[in-house]
Write a protein that binds this ligand. Structure first.
Ligand code: ARG
Length: 457
């Protein structure tokens, strides 16, 4: 019978053991658990709470257990409640009675909260790095295609020309805010709960600051009840992850649209596309589609955990064990998505001629024509009306703006002159020369700033 069941008359029902164990998934925390236990054992010896020799034995034993797990030689026994119990039980097999001193002045409640925070701190760092890689991919695309012009859309209807670089730098900005959110959430994750005991603190002269230093935490928690029972730092990560996935999903959606034959603006690299089992001609953007699809899954984990937490009285409740599968799946999904989408963006083939053709055909310069009339003295509202009628005329005639002779222009307004033909997609783009606009100078500057941010952050 498990060593925590001495007050029971019989072992737990087999089904109950299966239902309550977290070992199959929380074994991922073994490294954090060993790290936490070593720091705890060191502190206990330093404070004279356990004999130094026992602490040495415990540390040696824990390192051996970690190696066993690393090497796949550790036997994960299904009757163990979680990774914390499994490691302690194995430690006992290895070093005997001294193992029993490790859990002095500690509860699994502050132990698991510590392990999870250690794990999350690493994950946040990896997340920041992965977001940076995707930002670099966006910057690379912008840099390699400085003059490429693409139709900008609103309502997915062609709106005004923009630089492709400006378009991808928009994603750079979203990702920059995502990084800020993760960096912020790291601050609140970086707090040591160990020393909170089960819920009240512990009745030993422990040194929490020492443990915090050993484990690299910036501070220690101020309230034991709170420290063992909240998982708001995980919720924050999931919320930040949801926003990042939302951004990835929007980018993915766009790549799906752009790679469609009707658009043909981009082509996925063969290594990032899939085929069809029946239609030999197909080249499908499954990576982008799956990223879009997996976004819902991360949102689901956010809502799932919020719901788990909402009814919990202080302090620890076993419901909290439900945080782990959510967090592991969400972190795996986010990190993998960031990696694969970076690869997709890095290898995308741009089809500038297709983009230009589309820019030409869709009256994207209509706003520029209106602005032209305004600069000649027309009010904007009148100019809007004039160009609207002009567009309607062109559509009926099957002509583009550049194919329309000047005398036809003049039928709509006498203000039109020869210089109207000087309006091109390039002058259109360059005329948006304000901070944040798509003019080539501005985008060049934005690109330099993005690169500086990447090398600095
Ligand atoms: N497996 C548990 C969890 O993940 C560890 C803490 C168990 N504490 C307890 N009092 N049963 O939350």
């Amino acid at each position: 019978m498990s060593h925590v069941r001495s007050r029971f008359d019989k072992p737990a029902d087999e089904m109950v053991v299966k239902y309550t164990t977290s070992l199959p998934f929380d074994k991922r925390l073994y490294h954090e658990d060993v790290r936490g236990s070593i720091a705890h054992a060191r502190m206990l010896a330093k404070q004279g709470i356990i004999p130094p020799f026992d602490a040495l034995e415990i540390i040696r034993g824990l390192l051996e257990v970690e190696i066993e797990i690393n090497d796949g030689k550790f036997e994960f026994k299904p009757e163990m409640e979680d990774i914390h119990m499994a490691i302690e039980a194995r430690l006992k097999e290895k070093i005997g009675e001294a193992a029993g001193r490790l859990h002095t002045a500690r509860s699994r409640n502050d132990q698991v909260a510590t392990d999870l925070r250690l794990y999350m701190k690493d994950v946040i760092i990896w997340t920041l790095e992965s977001i940076k890689s995707l930002q670099s991919a966006c910057v690379g695309l912008a840099e390699n295609n400085p003059d490429v012009i693409v139709p900008g859309y609103t309502h997915l209807q062609p709106a005004q020309p923009v630089l492709l670089a400006h378009h991808f730098l928009a994603y750079f900005e979203m990702l920059q805010r995502d990084k800020e959110r993760f960096t912020d959430c790291l601050k609140r994750t970086d707090v040591l709960p160990l020393g909170s005991g089960a819920l009240t603190g512990v009745a030993y002269n422990i040194d929490r600051a020492f443990v915090a230093k050993e484990l690299g935490f910036s501070s220690i928690s101020r309230n034991s009840l709170d420290a063992v029972s909240d998982r708001d730092f995980v919720v924050e990560y999931l919320a930040a992850a949801s926003l990042t996935m939302m951004h990835l999903s929007r980018l993915s959606e766009e790549m799906v649209i752009w790679s469609g034959a009707e658009f043909g603006f981009i082509e996925m690299d063969d290594a990032y596309a899939t085929g069809s089992s029946i239609m030999p001609q197909k080249k499908n953007p499954d990576v982008a589609e799956l990223c879009r699809g997996k976004t819902g899954r991360v949102y689901g984990h956010l809502l799932g955990l919020l719901t788990t937490l909402k009814g919990l009285p202080l302090a620890y409740n076993r419901d909290l064990q439900e945080d782990k599968e959510a967090i592991f799946d969400a972190t795996d999904t986010l990190l993998m998505s960031l990696k694969v989408v970076s690869g997709m963006v890095e290898t995308i083939k741009i089809r500038p001629e297709k983009m230009l053709k589309s820019v030409d055909r869709s009256y994207l310069l209509a706003t520029d024509l209106a602005d032209y009339l305004v600069k000649k003295g027309e009010t904007f509202r009148n100019a809007h009306g004039i160009v609207g009628r002009l567009v309607s005329h062109c559509i009926k005639e099957g002509k583009t703006f550049s194919e329309l002779p000047l005398d036809e222009y003049r039928r709509f307004s006498p203000m039109f002159d020869q210089d109207v033909f000087g309006i091109t997609v390039v002058t259109s783009v360059d005329s948006k020369n304000n901070p944040g606009g798509t003019a080539r100078d501005r985008v060049e500057q934005a690109l330099a700033e993005a690169k500086a941010l990447l090398s600095g952050s």
